[in-house]
Design a protein around this ligand. Structure first.
Ligand SMILES: *Cc1c(COP(=O)(O)O)cnc(C)c1O
Length: 434
């Protein structure tokens, strides 16, 4: 199929993430990808500033990751996980237990981030049922949170941009607190910054199974970075009021914020931890929900006796193998230096955006660079503008951001940051005309 035929056929037959079927949505066909570069079907190449939504941390078409899949393929692509097991899954579980904060000793392998959140919610609910505290069924979540697109996950997403009104009849009602503050780097005041959550827990803890949050970085719900002291304070409050803490590190896990896991910034261990996205180095869909021995044993010894979840493709061997290879690469290469260098370059190169009209805030943390605009981006105009500069970025609402592969070269990142500045200018010029 030539490029135009491919795009036409797509527009006649497919959905894309959060999109309508309108024929003039900007759309680009990719024919291959290697390192930090995407090659389009029309022959152009783009430097990738998105790491395919936080996942492609080692770059595309990596020989070690390719080899892991082809080697595994020769023995088996898949086998059911009910009553059967295999080495790729066991090795992965052992690595995740070793690398994540101490105390998380039991791993559930799920097929996507959203599913791992559903499993986390079920674990929390089943834990309190086992403890004969049947009233503890609700969750406390935060404004600007994003935890996925399935119903349980949606119920703990931001109530406004999380589609609560649209699916009101399907969604359980949860408790919400203001988005965690202060911002990363600002002064923490426990009275001010923990007040809302403390009052909510004080009043409703007997109905709350768990607090669910994205540690340090709220991702798709606003790309907000908040203080480790706030996270530590929330963990203390969870202990004080006898509710579990679920940390959703699907976006932040595997080095993105400069630590293996963002919880490490606060030195805390959550009761339940969700992982996904970068878990397989961006190769295949796989996620994990880890929990403490207490939770695993309580559920196992309960009247129900089993954790009520079991996907068909649970612990898929191909996905586990490439996850093992990705983790081995992280342990061998010097990712903390790469992420630190990316952070420094991003904060220097994006600073000039503060002076551009229509820019509200510029912030960086680890290998994440964010320009927050005052007005939403006009994607019809801006997406092709970005591609014309030889980079791939996918702005979302008022957020223009990058989270590149950790192996990005200095000159490639410079091209990305320059394109971000140019995009701010073009965005601001567009608003002037209106
Ligand atoms: C992406 C994401 C999810 C959902 O993961 P999917 O694999 O898209 O289902 C959940 N939580 C966070 C924090 C995420 O970034």
């Amino acid at each position: 199929m030539d490029n135009q035929a491919l795009l036409d056929a797509d527009r006649n037959s497919l959905w894309h993430p959060y999109s309508n079927t309108s024929k003039d949505n900007p759309l680009f066909a990719v024919s291959s990808a290697s390192g930090c570069e995407l090659t389009l079907a029309d022959g152009r190449t783009l430097i990738d500033g998105m790491a395919s939504w936080w996942s492609t941390i080692h770059g595309y078409n990596h020989p070690t990751l390719n080899q892991a899949i082809t080697t595994q393929l020769e023995s088996m692509a898949h086998v059911m996980f009910g009553g059967l097991t295999h080495e790729p899954a066991v090795t992965l579980a052992q690595s995740l237990i070793r690398l994540t904060p101490k105390g998380l000793n039991r791993v559930f392998l799920a097929d996507s981030g959203s599913v791992s959140v559903e499993v986390a919610l079920k674990m929390a609910r089943q834990y309190w049922l086992a403890k004969k505290q049947n009233k503890k069924q609700k969750f406390l979540a935060f404004n600007n949170a994003y935890h996925g697109d399935t119903f349980g996950a949606m119920s703990v997403c931001d109530p406004d941009n999380g589609m609560h009104a649209l699916f009101a009849a399907q969604l359980p009602e949860q408790y919400f607190c203001a988005a965690p503050l202060p911002a990363w780097g600002d002064t923490f005041d426990p009275d001010k910054h923990l007040n809302d959550i403390k009052n909510t827990l004080k009043k409703h803890h007997s109905a709350i199974a768990a607090v669910i949050l994205e540690p340090i970085v709220q991702g798709a719900g606003g790309m907000r970075f908040y203080s480790p002291q706030t996270l530590r304070g929330i963990k203390q409050l969870c202990i004080e009021y006898n509710v579990l803490l679920i940390a959703d590190e699907i976006a932040t896990g595997f080095g993105r914020t400069g630590k293996w896991f963002a919880c490490e910034h606060a030195g805390i261990t959550p009761d339940i931890l969700c992982l996904g996205k970068a878990l397989t180095g961006g190769y295949m869909t796989l996620a994990a929900t880890l929990c403490t021995d207490d939770i695993a044993q309580s559920i196992s010894n309960s009247d129900c006796g089993v954790l009520m979840h079991g996907p068909t493709f649970m612990a898929n061997p191909l996905a586990c193998s490439v996850a093992n290879a990705s983790i081995a690469l992280l342990e061998q290469n010097h990712w903390p230096q790469h992420v630190a260098a990316i952070e420094q370059q991003l904060s220097q190169a994006l600073a000039p955006a503060k002076a551009i009209e229509g820019v509200k805030d510029v912030r960086t943390l680890g290998a994440i660079g964010v320009i927050e605009l005052e007005q939403p981006v006009d994607m019809q105009r801006i997406q092709p503008f970005i591609v014309d500069q030889g980079v791939w970025l996918r702005p979302f609402g008022k957020l223009l951001y990058t989270m590149p592969p950790y192996c990005i070269k200095t000159h490639e990142l410079a091209t990305i940051t320059q394109a971000m500045l140019n995009t701010c200018q073009a965005h601001s010029a567009g608003h002037h005309k209106q």
